[in-house]
Ligand binder design. Structure first.
Ligand SMILES: Nc1ncnc2c1ncn2[C@@H]1O[C@H](COP(=O)(O)OS(=O)(=O)O)[C@@H](OP(=O)(O)O)[C@H]1O
Length: 244
């Protein structure tokens, strides 16, 4: 991490931070005031997106079902496959909560980042204690790309969209496999959604985690005092770490 002046914020983004066992301990040893931002999306869509990305680099990859299930007939999911494991947000979060209070963690909805990028970024700016500088006027919807793009980045006078590897058409996976994976993730999603409910900046959509209609328990407000400073974040889940 570079040295940072009192008025500056250092940000670092590494997709694997959120799911790497040793990371919370290492980051808290560096600074307990680090603020953490995690971009999450429906874990089933996330797994298919992950597979689509790997397939584009490794065309002879086994099928999604072969990798996702130990035994698909019995519905036994292979939790050791990274594309599946990463979406077990509740488990990863529990590991982080051993080192950081929930108030220092902010979840960005990957789905809303596409439908309402300015809204998601308002919450990020609030969480970081920043003035809301990034707003609606910075984005436009690019029909060709099918995603929001930046109107005019600071560094150039022309609009900028994310690259071709972001927002690819996903590999088609059969309905049954998707349903089996939804069933598999449901308890983890419910737990994760419940944990996130105690955040004042809570913005996760119940539909994105298939928890609508499920009885979720709102946990008591966190015991920790609100943080003064912060820092850090993860392929949906993206993980960004920010340090002041
Ligand atoms: N504005 C905009 N333009 C293009 N793509 C967008 C945008 N906002 C979010 N997304 C979604 O970002 C997804 C890819 O991001 P990753 O999480 O793979 O990034 S990272 O590799 O972890 O850094 C990518 O997922 P896929 O659609 O599955 O490819 C996109 O849906």
């Amino acid at each position: 991490m570079p040295r940072t002046l009192e008025s500056q914020i250092t940000m670092e983004k590494t997709p694997s931070y959120f799911v790497t066992k040793e990371t919370p301990h290492r980051i808290s040893a560096m600074s307990q005031e680090t603020k953490l931002i995690v971009v999450v999306r429906d874990p089933v869509t996330r797994a298919i997106s992950d597979y689509t990305q790997t397939l584009s680099k490794t065309p002879d990859l086994p099928s999604f079902q072969d990798l996702a299930f130990r035994n698909q007939t019995l519905g036994i999911v292979d939790m050791s496959w990274n594309a599946i494991r990463i979406g077990l947000y509740a488990l990863h979060l529990e590991n982080w909560l051993r080192y950081f209070p929930l108030t220092q963690i902010h979840f960005v909805s990957g789905e809303r980042l596409i439908t309402d990028p300015a809204g998601e970024l308002s919450r990020v700016q609030d969480f970081l204690g920043l003035k809301r500088i990034v707003t609606d006027k910075h984005f436009y919807f690019n029909r060709t790309k099918g995603f929001p793009c930046l109107k005019k980045p600071e560094s150039s006078g022309s609009p900028r969209c994310l690259g071709k590897s972001k927002g690819r058409t996903h590999v088609q996976i059969d309905r049954d496999a998707i349903e089996q994976l939804r069933d598999f993730y449901r308890p983890y999603n419910v737990k994760f959604y419940e944990m996130s409910l105690s955040l004042s900046q809570h913005s996760l959509n119940p539909q994105d985690f298939q928890v609508e209609g499920v009885h979720v328990v709102r946990p008591p407000p966190p015991r920790w005092p609100p943080c003064r400073h912060f820092s850090a974040a993860t392929h949906f889940s993206s993980f960004l770490s920010m340090h002041r």
